[in-house]
Design a protein around this ligand. Sequence first.
Ligand code: SF4
Length: 953
Amino acid sequence: MTDFKRDGSHLSSYPPVEKWDDWVELDPEAWPRRVEKHYQLVPTVCFNCESACGLLAYVDKATGQVAKFEGNPKHPASRGRLCAKGPATITQIHDPDRILYPMKRSGPRGGGKWTRTSWDEVLETFGARIRKAFRENRGEEVMYHVGRPGQDHFMDRTTQAWGIDGHNSHTNVCSSSARFGYLLWHYTDRPSPDHANARFILLLSAHLESGHYFNPHAQRIIEGKMAGAKLAVMDPRLSNTASMADYWMPSYPGTEAAVLLAMAMVILGENRFDATFVKNWTNWEELEVDGFSAKGQSFEALIEALKRHYAKFTPEFAEKESGVKAEVIVKTAREIATAGSRFASHLWRGSSSGNLGGWQTARALMLLHVLTGSVGTPGGHSLSAWNKFVPQPFSDPPPQKRWNELLYPLEWPLCTHEMSPLLPHFLKEGRGRLEAYFTRVFNPVWTYPDGFSWIEMLRDEEKVGLHAALTPTWSETAWFADYVLPMGFSSERHDLMSQESYAGRWIGFRQPVLRVLQEREGKKFDYTYQANPGEVWEEDEFWINLSWAIDPDGSMGIRQWFESPYHPGQKLTVDEYYGWMFENSVPGLPEAAAKEGLKPLEYMRKYGAYEVTTDVYKLNEKPVAAAALSGSKVEANGVVTKEGKAVGVIVDGEPVVGYNTPSRKLELFSKTMADWQWPEFALPEYYRSHIHHSAQTASMGNGEDSDPDFDKRYVPLVEWPKDSNGEVYTLMPIFRLPHLIHTRSGNSKFLYEIAHKNPLWVNPVDAQKLGGIRTGDLLKVHTEIGFFVLHAWVTEGLAPGVVACSHHMGRWRLNQEDQLERMSSAWVNLQEVGKGQWKMRQISGVESYETSDPDTKRVWWSDAGVHQNLTFPVHPDPITGMHCWHQMVRVERAGADDRYGDIFVDTNLSFAVYQRWKALTRPAPGPGGLRRPLWIPRMRRPEGAAFYVSKKA
Ligand code: SF4
C-alpha cells in the first residue's frame, strides 16, 4: 500500500498496520497510573456524509466492544484524517435510545404506538404485498426512496432485478441544479477539482468547512494554499471558509452567474483565454446566437460574437447586481487567467440549490474553466467519472421496461433526478399511489420543504399502503411509518464506496466490525445482525432476503439475481457479492493482495480501501481503441461513430474519445436546450432568481423592475398570506454546520453539545430597520405559506438585505416520554386547526434525562432550534426540477402571542405555490416524441422504448 505522505503528514502518528491486531495505548481514565489497553483495529468507512472517509474502529479486547473511531491512514482520500462527525460515530453506536429491533405500529399511523416484531414477519408481509403488486402489474406502486445512499450500486441492482422504475432519491433538494449545469457541458454531472495542485481556487460557498467531500477536499484546499494557491470565496455569509480566503466576495444570493460571466468577459476582453483549447475542445462551430451562426465562420469571428453576446456583463454591471466590487471581479478574473490550466473551483449546493435557474451558476463557472483550458488538467477541474471507480458485480439485471411518471413526469423532461419533493402533490393530484414505500436514511417530513404535506400523504393509507422506514435512528418521518426497521451504522454493515474526492480513483470497503473480528476468530455467521447489537440488520442482506421472499420459487425471475455466483440456486452472501467484485472487477487489486499472500476480499478486509489509479488527467485525449475504430465512420461534425453510436471525435486529425456529449466536445452551445424549448439558454446565461431584489420590490406592490432586459416570465411573484407583515428579505436557509449531519446527528451527544441553536442571522443595518432589534430578540418570519418564530443573531457576517438560518436544527417529537433523540428535539404540540392548517408549539425544549449513559443526565443545553423547512413551499425549477431553497420572507418582531418555536402552515397555500411553479415548465414530448433527451443520463435508466411518449416519429 502507498503511504500518502506527499502532503507532509506525519504518518508515524498512526498505528502501523503490523500492529493493528494488538495496538496498545495507555488508558486515559486510569491516569496517573499507567494502565495498558489492548485494541484490535478494524477499518471501515464513515457513513456520516457522502465523503466516505476511512475509519479505524478500535475494538477493546477486554470488552469486545468498539471503544472509539479514528482515521484509517491507508485510505487514499481521507489519509487518516476525519472531521468531527467521523469519530462521533462512537456516540451513535452506543446511543442508549437507538432502535435495536424491528418495530411495527400498533395503533393508528402517527399515533406513536409500537410493538416489537420479527424480521421474518417483516419479510413475509412485504414479500407478499410486493409479489401481489407485481403480479397485478402495479410495479410502479413499489418505491424505494433514499436520503443518504452510502453505497454505489446495490440498490440499482435491486430495483432493476425487480423490474421496476422505483428508485427515488433526495437529489432534487440537494444538488440537481449544479449537476445540470455541469452535465450540459460534459455529460458527467459532478465536478472534481484538483485543489492540491491548483494555483487559484474559487469556491462558491463554504467548502472548507462543510462542503461536498468536505474533509478530503478541505485537506487538499489547504495543501494548495500552502503551496501558494490563492483562494477566493463567493458567499453572502462570512463563513469559516470565507474567513480563510484571499478574496471574500459577498454576492447577493442568486447573482453569482452575473459575476462569473463578468469574469469571463475580462478574460475574453483581455485576450487571456486558451484559444487552442477552446478551438479544439468546444463545439463552437455549432454556436448560433443573436443572428450569428458559427458554421463556416472563423474562430476569431466566434470570439467576437461571444464578446458581443456577453457585452452587458461589465464588472460594473456585475457589481450592481451582486454587490461584489468591480475591482475585485477584475482582479480575481486576472488571477484566474494567470492560473490558467491550474484553476480549480467548486460549486455544489449554495447558489445552485437556492435559486431559480441556479444551474446557470455551474454553467457560467464552467465557462471560466473552458476559457482557461483548466479541464482535466493537474490543478484544474476534472470530471467525476474520471475520479470515481465503481466495480461491476457478477451479473447485471436488464434495464426496466417501465417509466414511472411519479419520478420523471412529463413537465420536467430535463430534470437530472427524480422529482421527489413533489411526491405528496403528485399523489394529491391523483397521479398514482404507493403500495409499498421504503424510506431509507430519509426524513422528508423534516429535511424537505413543505413537511406537513408529507405528513398528510404519509398518514393517508389509501395513498401509501405500507411504509417501512429503514433507519438507524428515530426521525419525524419514521413516526408516520408502519414499520421502523433498524439498519446499521458505519461499523455494522457492508458497502462499497468511491467518490471523486481527488485526482485518483479508489474504493473504500465499509464492513461490520464485530462480525469481521469474530469471523477472524473462527466464528460463523449467516447474517450480520447476529453479530450486531440487538437485531440491527445490514441492508444488503435485507434486500437479498426480501427479494427471495417476493419470489420464493424463482418463477418471477427476481430471485436469480440474488443467487450465489459460485453455488447456483443458493442464496447470495455478502462475502460472495463483494469477494467476486474484488477478484474480478478491480484492476490491480488481486495482484496487490497476492503480494501479501491474501485473497482480494481479505486484503480489503485488512486495509479497508484500495487506490486503483492516479492516471486520471485529460482522459478525453485518449485515442479511440482500435477495435472501436474498425468499421467506424467520421460524421460531418467530426464525431466518430460505429453502428450509429458515437465512439470518439477527430481532434487535430486524430480520433480521440472526447466527452460523452452529442458533439463529443465540451458544449459551449447546447443544441439540446434549443431543441427542448429553451433556446434562450443554449449558451451559459444569467437570469434573475425568484428572490432577486427586483422581485422583492414587486412583491411589495411596486412593480418596477430595475432592469427590463431580464425577462420576468421566470419570476413567479410571491403571493403573501393576508396576515403577513414586516420588511422583505431573502432568507438563506441551507447553510450547513460542519459538525451536524442533516437530521442524523440527533443521537450524537458529542455533536449536539457543540451546536444546538439556529438563530436568524441579521445584519446590524437590518436590525436597525427592524426597530433596533438585538441578539436574542424574538422575530417572526413569514413565508408564502405560514410563519416561524425564532431568535435573532445580529452579525456583520452577512450582507444587508439577506437573513440566514442554518438548516440542521429544530428537531421535534410528539411524545414527551418516548425515547426519540431527546438530546436534540423539542417536545411539541401539533394540531391541525383547519383543513390543511397546521400549528406547532413547543411544550418544552431539551432537558436532561436518565439512561444507561450517565452523560444524558448531564445534558446542559435546552434549545432544540426551530424547524424552518416546514414553512417552505416547494419551488421546483422549471428546467432542472431542483427545489429552489431560498425564500423571500417578511420579517417582523414577534407579537405578544408568539412564542419561540411557533410554526403555522397552510398546505392549501403550498399546493397553490406548487401549481404556480409548475406553470413555468415546458413539458415533453420533445423531438421524436421523447420524454427526455436520450443522451442525458437518467437514474436507473430504463430500456430505450420507455423513453418515448408516443411512437418514434
Ligand atoms: S467528511 Fe466527516 S462525516 Fe464525512 S465521511 Fe469524512 S469523517 Fe465522515
